[in-house]
Design a protein around this ligand. Structure first.
Ligand SMILES: [Ca+2]
Ligand SMILES: [Ca+2]
Ligand SMILES: [Ca+2]
Length: 297
Protein backbone atom coordinates (compact mmCIF):
# COMPACT_ATOMS: atom_id res chain seq x y z
CA UNK A 1 0.00 0.00 0.00
CA UNK A 2 1.52 3.30 -0.94
CA UNK A 3 1.88 6.28 1.31
CA UNK A 4 -0.91 8.27 -0.31
CA UNK A 5 -3.63 5.67 0.02
CA UNK A 6 -2.49 4.87 3.52
CA UNK A 7 -2.72 8.53 4.42
CA UNK A 8 -6.19 8.70 2.93
CA UNK A 9 -7.42 5.87 5.15
CA UNK A 10 -6.09 7.69 8.15
CA UNK A 11 -7.69 10.98 7.21
CA UNK A 12 -11.00 9.26 6.55
CA UNK A 13 -11.07 7.61 9.95
CA UNK A 14 -10.04 10.72 11.81
CA UNK A 15 -12.58 12.84 9.98
CA UNK A 16 -15.36 10.50 10.99
CA UNK A 17 -14.33 10.52 14.61
CA UNK A 18 -13.59 14.21 14.70
CA UNK A 19 -17.12 14.85 13.47
CA UNK A 20 -18.34 13.53 16.82
CA UNK A 21 -16.72 16.31 18.77
CA UNK A 22 -17.24 19.32 16.57
CA UNK A 23 -18.52 22.26 18.52
CA UNK A 24 -20.47 25.18 17.24
CA UNK A 25 -17.47 27.45 17.35
CA UNK A 26 -19.29 30.00 19.49
CA UNK A 27 -16.53 30.06 22.11
CA UNK A 28 -13.56 30.25 19.76
CA UNK A 29 -10.85 32.71 20.76
CA UNK A 30 -7.68 33.71 18.91
CA UNK A 31 -4.97 31.06 19.30
CA UNK A 32 -2.33 31.71 21.94
CA UNK A 33 1.17 30.30 22.28
CA UNK A 34 0.82 26.86 23.88
CA UNK A 35 3.80 27.22 26.20
CA UNK A 36 2.76 30.63 27.49
CA UNK A 37 -0.83 29.55 27.99
CA UNK A 38 0.15 26.41 29.86
CA UNK A 39 2.45 28.31 32.22
CA UNK A 40 -0.56 30.38 33.32
CA UNK A 41 -2.87 27.41 33.71
CA UNK A 42 -0.32 25.31 35.57
CA UNK A 43 -0.17 27.96 38.28
CA UNK A 44 -3.96 28.12 38.44
CA UNK A 45 -4.36 24.34 38.66
CA UNK A 46 -1.71 23.98 41.36
CA UNK A 47 -3.28 26.84 43.30
CA UNK A 48 -6.62 25.03 43.09
CA UNK A 49 -5.06 21.81 44.36
CA UNK A 50 -3.52 23.65 47.31
CA UNK A 51 -6.68 25.57 48.26
CA UNK A 52 -9.38 22.89 47.88
CA UNK A 53 -10.11 19.59 49.56
CA UNK A 54 -12.13 16.59 48.45
CA UNK A 55 -14.66 14.38 50.14
CA UNK A 56 -15.27 11.01 48.53
CA UNK A 57 -18.30 8.87 49.31
CA UNK A 58 -18.73 5.11 49.08
CA UNK A 59 -19.79 5.36 45.42
CA UNK A 60 -16.64 7.34 44.60
CA UNK A 61 -18.65 10.49 44.05
CA UNK A 62 -16.49 13.48 44.84
CA UNK A 63 -17.25 16.91 46.30
CA UNK A 64 -14.67 19.68 45.91
CA UNK A 65 -14.68 22.40 48.55
CA UNK A 66 -12.56 25.51 48.98
CA UNK A 67 -10.69 25.67 52.28
CA UNK A 68 -11.93 28.77 54.09
CA UNK A 69 -9.59 31.07 55.95
CA UNK A 70 -8.59 29.27 59.14
CA UNK A 71 -9.97 26.00 57.78
CA UNK A 72 -8.24 22.85 58.94
CA UNK A 73 -9.05 20.55 56.06
CA UNK A 74 -6.10 19.04 54.19
CA UNK A 75 -5.77 20.21 50.61
CA UNK A 76 -5.89 17.92 47.60
CA UNK A 77 -2.20 18.69 47.18
CA UNK A 78 -1.26 17.62 50.71
CA UNK A 79 -3.76 14.85 51.55
CA UNK A 80 -2.44 11.30 51.53
CA UNK A 81 -5.55 9.16 51.38
CA UNK A 82 -5.70 9.50 47.60
CA UNK A 83 -2.18 10.59 46.64
CA UNK A 84 -1.94 13.17 43.90
CA UNK A 85 -0.15 11.66 40.92
CA UNK A 86 1.06 13.15 37.68
CA UNK A 87 1.83 12.10 34.15
CA UNK A 88 3.93 14.04 31.66
CA UNK A 89 2.10 14.40 28.37
CA UNK A 90 3.80 16.02 25.40
CA UNK A 91 1.46 17.83 23.05
CA UNK A 92 2.13 20.73 20.70
CA UNK A 93 5.73 20.75 21.95
CA UNK A 94 4.67 21.37 25.54
CA UNK A 95 5.40 18.92 28.35
CA UNK A 96 2.18 19.04 30.33
CA UNK A 97 2.18 17.81 33.91
CA UNK A 98 -1.24 16.22 34.18
CA UNK A 99 -2.35 15.79 37.79
CA UNK A 100 -4.70 12.94 38.54
CA UNK A 101 -5.94 10.87 41.45
CA UNK A 102 -6.76 7.19 41.62
CA UNK A 103 -9.82 6.65 43.81
CA UNK A 104 -10.03 3.00 42.80
CA UNK A 105 -7.99 1.11 40.23
CA UNK A 106 -10.70 -1.25 38.98
CA UNK A 107 -10.34 -4.98 38.53
CA UNK A 108 -11.00 -5.51 34.83
CA UNK A 109 -9.15 -4.48 31.70
CA UNK A 110 -7.64 -1.20 30.58
CA UNK A 111 -8.60 0.43 27.29
CA UNK A 112 -6.18 1.87 24.82
CA UNK A 113 -6.72 5.43 23.68
CA UNK A 114 -8.60 4.11 20.65
CA UNK A 115 -11.07 1.72 22.30
CA UNK A 116 -14.69 2.28 23.26
CA UNK A 117 -15.48 2.99 26.89
CA UNK A 118 -18.53 3.15 29.12
CA UNK A 119 -17.88 5.95 31.60
CA UNK A 120 -19.88 7.90 34.13
CA UNK A 121 -18.40 11.34 34.66
CA UNK A 122 -18.79 14.86 35.91
CA UNK A 123 -16.91 17.86 34.62
CA UNK A 124 -16.37 21.13 36.47
CA UNK A 125 -14.35 24.27 35.94
CA UNK A 126 -11.90 25.62 38.51
CA UNK A 127 -14.61 28.05 39.69
CA UNK A 128 -16.91 25.11 40.47
CA UNK A 129 -19.20 25.48 37.45
CA UNK A 130 -20.47 22.07 36.40
CA UNK A 131 -20.39 21.80 32.62
CA UNK A 132 -21.14 18.12 32.16
CA UNK A 133 -22.76 15.35 34.19
CA UNK A 134 -23.36 11.82 32.93
CA UNK A 135 -24.10 9.56 35.90
CA UNK A 136 -25.83 6.77 33.99
CA UNK A 137 -24.07 6.18 30.67
CA UNK A 138 -26.05 4.02 28.28
CA UNK A 139 -23.62 3.53 25.42
CA UNK A 140 -19.92 3.07 24.86
CA UNK A 141 -18.04 5.97 23.28
CA UNK A 142 -14.81 5.92 21.26
CA UNK A 143 -12.10 7.30 23.52
CA UNK A 144 -10.26 8.59 20.47
CA UNK A 145 -13.07 11.05 19.79
CA UNK A 146 -12.72 12.56 23.25
CA UNK A 147 -10.28 15.23 24.36
CA UNK A 148 -6.60 14.37 24.55
CA UNK A 149 -6.51 14.42 28.35
CA UNK A 150 -9.05 11.61 28.46
CA UNK A 151 -7.05 9.55 25.99
CA UNK A 152 -4.02 9.86 28.27
CA UNK A 153 -5.62 9.28 31.68
CA UNK A 154 -8.53 6.86 31.20
CA UNK A 155 -6.20 4.04 29.97
CA UNK A 156 -4.45 4.19 33.37
CA UNK A 157 -7.59 2.66 34.92
CA UNK A 158 -9.40 -0.66 34.68
CA UNK A 159 -13.03 -1.54 34.15
CA UNK A 160 -15.39 -3.04 36.72
CA UNK A 161 -17.86 -5.88 36.63
CA UNK A 162 -21.49 -5.84 35.63
CA UNK A 163 -24.05 -6.47 38.36
CA UNK A 164 -26.93 -8.46 37.00
CA UNK A 165 -30.15 -7.42 38.70
CA UNK A 166 -32.98 -9.38 37.02
CA UNK A 167 -35.92 -7.28 35.83
CA UNK A 168 -34.40 -4.10 37.21
CA UNK A 169 -35.82 -0.97 35.55
CA UNK A 170 -32.64 0.91 36.42
CA UNK A 171 -29.63 1.44 34.14
CA UNK A 172 -26.93 -1.25 34.23
CA UNK A 173 -24.95 -1.30 37.46
CA UNK A 174 -21.26 -1.98 37.96
CA UNK A 175 -18.96 -2.58 40.90
CA UNK A 176 -15.22 -2.68 41.47
CA UNK A 177 -14.71 -0.25 38.60
CA UNK A 178 -11.82 2.13 38.18
CA UNK A 179 -12.54 5.67 39.26
CA UNK A 180 -10.52 8.81 39.53
CA UNK A 181 -10.08 12.53 39.07
CA UNK A 182 -8.11 14.35 36.37
CA UNK A 183 -7.07 17.98 36.29
CA UNK A 184 -6.54 19.05 32.70
CA UNK A 185 -5.02 22.19 31.24
CA UNK A 186 -6.96 23.49 28.25
CA UNK A 187 -4.17 22.33 25.94
CA UNK A 188 -5.38 18.79 26.58
CA UNK A 189 -9.01 19.87 26.49
CA UNK A 190 -10.73 22.31 24.17
CA UNK A 191 -7.98 24.95 24.18
CA UNK A 192 -9.15 28.06 22.35
CA UNK A 193 -12.48 26.65 21.18
CA UNK A 194 -14.43 25.93 24.35
CA UNK A 195 -17.89 24.48 24.15
CA UNK A 196 -21.13 24.88 26.10
CA UNK A 197 -20.27 26.31 29.50
CA UNK A 198 -16.57 25.86 28.80
CA UNK A 199 -14.87 29.05 27.64
CA UNK A 200 -11.70 29.19 25.61
CA UNK A 201 -8.64 28.36 27.73
CA UNK A 202 -10.58 26.89 30.65
CA UNK A 203 -8.77 24.20 32.62
CA UNK A 204 -11.04 21.24 33.28
CA UNK A 205 -11.60 18.89 36.21
CA UNK A 206 -13.25 15.51 35.62
CA UNK A 207 -14.30 12.85 38.06
CA UNK A 208 -14.98 9.58 36.29
CA UNK A 209 -15.84 5.91 36.66
CA UNK A 210 -14.72 3.42 34.04
CA UNK A 211 -17.44 0.77 33.96
CA UNK A 212 -16.80 -1.21 30.82
CA UNK A 213 -14.92 -1.22 27.53
CA UNK A 214 -15.01 -2.66 24.06
CA UNK A 215 -11.74 -3.40 22.32
CA UNK A 216 -11.79 -2.17 18.74
CA UNK A 217 -9.72 -2.41 15.58
CA UNK A 218 -9.37 1.18 14.39
CA UNK A 219 -7.60 0.48 11.10
CA UNK A 220 -9.66 -2.62 10.32
CA UNK A 221 -6.60 -4.80 9.72
CA UNK A 222 -7.90 -7.65 11.85
CA UNK A 223 -5.71 -6.85 14.85
CA UNK A 224 -7.19 -5.13 17.91
CA UNK A 225 -5.69 -1.78 18.91
CA UNK A 226 -4.44 -3.32 22.15
CA UNK A 227 -2.34 -5.81 20.18
CA UNK A 228 -0.82 -3.13 17.93
CA UNK A 229 2.02 -2.44 20.39
CA UNK A 230 4.18 -4.13 23.02
CA UNK A 231 3.52 -4.00 26.78
CA UNK A 232 4.36 -0.66 28.32
CA UNK A 233 4.31 1.32 25.07
CA UNK A 234 1.42 3.61 24.14
CA UNK A 235 -0.12 2.54 20.82
CA UNK A 236 0.59 6.07 19.56
CA UNK A 237 4.32 5.42 19.96
CA UNK A 238 4.58 2.04 18.25
CA UNK A 239 5.38 2.26 14.55
CA UNK A 240 7.03 -0.84 13.11
CA UNK A 241 7.84 0.58 9.66
CA UNK A 242 8.73 4.06 10.91
CA UNK A 243 6.45 5.89 8.49
CA UNK A 244 5.04 8.03 11.32
CA UNK A 245 1.72 6.19 11.16
CA UNK A 246 1.51 4.07 14.34
CA UNK A 247 0.55 0.45 13.82
CA UNK A 248 -3.01 0.86 15.10
CA UNK A 249 -3.67 3.35 12.29
CA UNK A 250 -1.52 1.62 9.67
CA UNK A 251 -3.10 -0.95 7.37
CA UNK A 252 0.38 -2.20 6.37
CA UNK A 253 2.27 -2.36 9.64
CA UNK A 254 5.64 -3.45 8.30
CA UNK A 255 5.51 -1.36 5.12
CA UNK A 256 6.24 -4.33 2.87
CA UNK A 257 3.48 -3.46 0.40
CA UNK A 258 1.16 -6.20 1.65
CA UNK A 259 -1.87 -5.32 3.80
CA UNK A 260 -1.65 -6.68 7.34
CA UNK A 261 -5.12 -8.14 6.84
CA UNK A 262 -3.87 -10.22 3.90
CA UNK A 263 -0.77 -11.28 5.80
CA UNK A 264 -2.80 -12.75 8.67
CA UNK A 265 -5.13 -14.73 6.42
CA UNK A 266 -5.09 -18.45 7.14
CA UNK A 267 -3.82 -20.06 3.91
CA UNK A 268 -6.39 -21.89 1.79
CA UNK A 269 -9.24 -21.00 4.16
CA UNK A 270 -12.61 -20.85 2.40
CA UNK A 271 -14.46 -18.83 3.45
CA UNK A 272 -11.50 -16.69 4.40
CA UNK A 273 -10.43 -16.90 8.02
CA UNK A 274 -7.79 -14.98 9.91
CA UNK A 275 -5.32 -16.03 12.57
CA UNK A 276 -6.11 -15.08 16.15
CA UNK A 277 -3.44 -12.63 17.24
CA UNK A 278 -1.54 -15.13 19.40
CA UNK A 279 -1.54 -17.64 16.55
CA UNK A 280 -0.09 -15.38 13.85
CA UNK A 281 3.00 -17.28 12.69
CA UNK A 282 6.57 -16.15 12.21
CA UNK A 283 8.53 -17.31 9.22
CA UNK A 284 12.09 -17.87 8.00
CA UNK A 285 13.09 -18.72 11.57
CA UNK A 286 12.39 -15.14 12.64
CA UNK A 287 10.90 -13.97 15.91
CA UNK A 288 8.51 -11.37 14.51
CA UNK A 289 4.97 -12.27 13.61
CA UNK A 290 4.74 -12.26 9.83
CA UNK A 291 2.70 -9.01 9.56
CA UNK A 292 5.54 -7.22 11.35
CA UNK A 293 8.35 -8.84 9.37
CA UNK A 294 8.93 -7.14 6.00
CA UNK A 295 10.93 -10.12 4.79
CA UNK A 296 7.86 -12.33 5.13
CA UNK A 297 4.45 -11.96 3.45
CA1 LIG B 1 -5.84 -2.88 13.97
CA1 LIG C 1 3.63 2.66 10.41
CA1 LIG D 1 2.53 -5.72 5.53
Amino acid sequence: MNRISKAFCLVSLLTIFAACKKDDGANVAPPRDYTVQYATEKVEIEDYLKTHYITVDANFDVVFTKIQTGGTQTSIWDQTQYPLQSKIVNSNNVDYTVYYIVLSEGIGQSPTRADNVLTAYRGILLDGTQFDYTPFPQTQSPLISSIEGWQEIIPLFKTGEYIDIPNSPDPPSFQNFGSGIMFLPSGLGYYNSGRGLISAYDSLIFTFKLYDLEYTDLDGDGILNKDETVPGTDIDDYDTDGDEVPNYKDADDDGDGYFTKDEITIPNSDPVEYYEFDAIPTCNGGTLKKHLDPSCH
